[in-house]
Design a protein around this ligand. Sequence first.
Ligand code: PBG
Length: 329
Amino acid sequence: MTTTALRTAPAFRRFHRLRRTPALRELVRETRLDPSSWILPVFVDARAAAPTPIASLPGHVRWPVSRVNEIAERAAAAGVGGLLLFGLPDEKDDGRAAADPLGPVPSALRAIRARVADLVLVADVCLCEYTTHGHCGILRDGAVDNDATLPLLADAAVTYAEAGADVVAPSDMMDGRVAAIRAALDDAGLAETAILSYAAKFASAFYGPFREAADCAPQLGDRSGYQMDPPNGREALAEIAADLAEGADMVMVKPAGPYLDVIASARARFDVPIAAYQVSGEYAALHAAADRGWIDLRRAAIESLTGIARAGADVTITYFALDAAEWLA
Ligand code: PBG
């Protein structure tokens, strides 16, 4: 009689077997990070004479148009998929400066296009960096005037598309802006320009460092009258459905880390690419903790990006894009 014949079924499963070596773990990994699915946010400053560090976003600078090709070339060399461009204009006004063809974003798009072929160029479309009051739309009697804002957003989107953007990404959260932008692009003969809508954009505390970087903090009040209320997950799916009906090609959930459930439900429900934006506060928090020696920056960054991918994001916008691509190389 052999001992094998006497053995009963194991009382527990030995999960450790497939975790024993790095090679085994690599073999059975369910989620793999791919820098070609990442987008790096880039700030272009019409007033900067040289790259100017942004204190709250370690490693990031405001680029002068004359040198923005440098970051584009580095991103392309590292295998990053694309850039998301934000502009700081020479002068703020009622928001019309967003559509100036000689403004920082169109100028940067032309400069990068001339030098770098294989990066997806995405232009953020919003008025907040261009208005004196810092709100994302035109103000009337102290409140954002949704409908009066739409033509300005559409003009800006057409300007960026003409300057070479592959994708325009409205982040203002005005209702109906995707339809307005799609119609304006089509009328201008720009039917091939794609729209990535910030569809489920929440009124988040995690945008703090960005507002310093882009100099766009609202001077009065906040954005909760137009950005989404953080507790509302079902409404996020309704926002996404509405933007798709208006003609969005891709949709975004923003921020990413605190909204992984929204990313996962969006992925399950909609058959378009889902983007997630790991925002400035998510990045700055990891850096701040790492600076104090409380966490390991690389491991925490990779883990956060893995969580976003595992939740179902096809595309991730992240301030870690360049560093993490270089770490993975
Ligand atoms: C502007 C805009 C914001 C961000 C992207 N576009 C700020 C805001 O809505 O206040 C935030 C990005 C980040 O925090 O990294 N509409």
